[in-house]
Design a protein. Structure first.
Length: 135
């Protein structure tokens, strides 16, 4: 368990630095497949098929090699549940993982987490418009 005290930070740069220095147990890679599996279980498995659903995945950095195969499996499950997956890659994130989860038009790239904040409204609008068009 790790704890970040944001009250100790005086500016955006120090908060960003703390987030970037989080240690991941058992490897240096992020486990995107586990995060997608947890989101699927928590939010979508019990949801009726006719309910509008969207999942926004924010990916930064490198992924573990086993993620690709697992992500394909979860992507299929999400599509069957009518979940629209949108992926935001940040910085030098590995983009092949994004294309497994979402269609090309649902993938957005930003250079930093700071620029992600400025594009959040546009991303939300894009998702809402897409869902209205499809339903």
């Amino acid at each position: 368990r790790q704890e970040i005290k944001f009250t100790d930070s005086r500016d955006f740069a120090s908060v960003n630095s703390k987030i970037n220095n989080i240690r991941y147990p058992n490897s240096y890679a992020r486990n995107l497949a586990s995060a997608v599996r947890a989101a699927n279980w928590q939010f979508f498995t019990k949801s009726p098929i006719y309910v509008h659903k969207a999942l926004i995945v924010i990916v930064g950095g490198r992924q573990s090699s086993s993620n690709y195969r697992l992500l394909r499996r979860y992507a299929v499950r999400l599509r069957r549940a009518n979940v629209f997956v949108h992926v935001v890659t940040v910085g030098n994130a590995e983009r092949p993982y994004a294309s497994v989860l979402a269609r090309r038009k649902h993938i957005m790239h930003v250079r930093s987490f700071k620029s992600l904040i400025s594009k959040a409204r546009a991303l939300g609008r894009q998702i809402c418009e897409e869902m209205v068009r499809l339903y």
